[in-house]
Design a protein around this ligand. Structure first.
Ligand SMILES: O=C(O)CCC(=O)C(=O)O
Ligand SMILES: [Fe+2]
Length: 323
């Protein structure tokens, strides 16, 4: 694979249309399975829901939240083990050892009355519309997981039934992300908007805005237990309305490493690029804490959804300690 002068590798990030998805189930399934086995990163377009206007609206709501005073945002602070709440310039990836240049808020459906921004701070409409957007992402995630289950010869609901967002054991998360404006700033050291990492979940849906570049992927990971960074990175295009999908470690393990969870990162823009704010929205489909995760070939020991996430966090933490 040829590395270009700028250090990047040209790879096609498959773009799969979901148009008329009920009548094109087999065709879409084949395309998704190929993309998930080979690169684990692809984008979706023409989906009915969430529609482009739903996505544009969610970006407006997200911006509205991040424009609130710091102390208001901090009313629901991040709780690491629960994967919920607001944090700012605090997530450190083992690949960098420095804090990501971003703020984010992670929301879970069943914590609507517990750890979401309050009505008096964001308004009732913000809360209800964000909740609706959550549901739309969840439903699309279930549809994709059904197709993956069929492609892998599991019962159709094998993965999807493990994602129940309404009960206290739920782990799926909507993450609003805001990468800071870096115009004129000089960073000394290894700083990133988001350092290289894989996602812990089953399936991530990522919404980007046209022109907000910086996301890069590094395919080629063989086992979900490997760190293995390489320098063969490929930029992922950004289009408002499209959905970038990547397989996470949980589904890689659960498919006995057939579907690939790959490293990705978001770099800081250079001085001759657009250095203004970058907004993205990620939806992490993550199996409930009490679900047993093990593929049919039993490549890895059976673990619960809770244990899986804790093990992944511990591996990250141990790697950080070694630095
Ligand atoms: O914002 C992005 O483009 C990527 C975000 C991401 O990878 C994550 O939050 O896990
Ligand atoms: Fe990620």
């Amino acid at each position: 694979m040829a590395v270009k002068e700028d250090g990047y590798v040209d790879r096609v990030i498959p773009r799969i249309s979901l148009k008329d998805c009920k009548n094109r189930r087999q065709e879409i399934k084949d395309q998704l399975f190929e993309a998930a086995k080979n690169s684990g990163f692809f984008s979706l377009c023409d989906q009915e829901s969430p529609s482009k206007s739903d996505i544009e609206e969610m970006f407006k709501l997200s911006k509205q939240f991040f424009e609130l005073p710091e102390e208001t945002k901090m009313k629901t602070p991040h709780q690491k083990l629960l994967n919920t709440g607001f944090e700012s310039a605090s997530q450190v990836r083992p690949s960098t050892g420095t804090a990501d240049q971003k703020e984010s808020n992670q929301l879970q459906y069943h914590r609507f009355n517990e750890n979401w921004p309050a009505k008096e701070d964001v308004g009732e409409e913000w809360r209800n519309k964000t909740k609706e957007f959550f549901l739309k992402c969840h439903n699309l995630g279930l549809f994709l997981m059904e197709l993956f289950a069929e492609a892998l010869d599991y019962p159709v609901d094998f993965f999807s039934k493990a994602h129940n967002i309404t009960v206290p054991t739920a782990q799926s998360t909507l993450r609003l992300l805001h990468y800071f404006d870096s115009t004129g700033k000089v960073f000394e050291g290894n700083y990133w908007r988001a350092g290289a990492h894989t996602d812990f979940d089953c399936l991530t849906l990522l919404f980007q805005r046209t022109g907000d570049h910086g996301l890069e992927v590094c395919p080629g990971r063989e086992a979900h237990t490997d760190f293995g960074y390489s320098d063969q990175w490929t930029p992922v295009p950004s289009h408002t309305g499209d959905i970038v999908v990547n397989i996470g470690d949980m589904l890689m393990s659960w498919s006995d490493d057939v579907l690939k969870s790959n490293f990705h990162r978001v770099r800081l823009p250079t001085a001759d690029e657009n250095q203004s704010d970058r907004y993205t929205i990620a939806f992490f489909n993550q199996a409930n804490t009490d679900v047993i995760i093990q593929g049919k070939n039993k490549k890895y020991p059976a673990v619960t959804g809770k244990q899986f996430i804790e093990d992944a966090m511990r591996r990250n933490f141990e790697l950080l300690k070694k630095q």
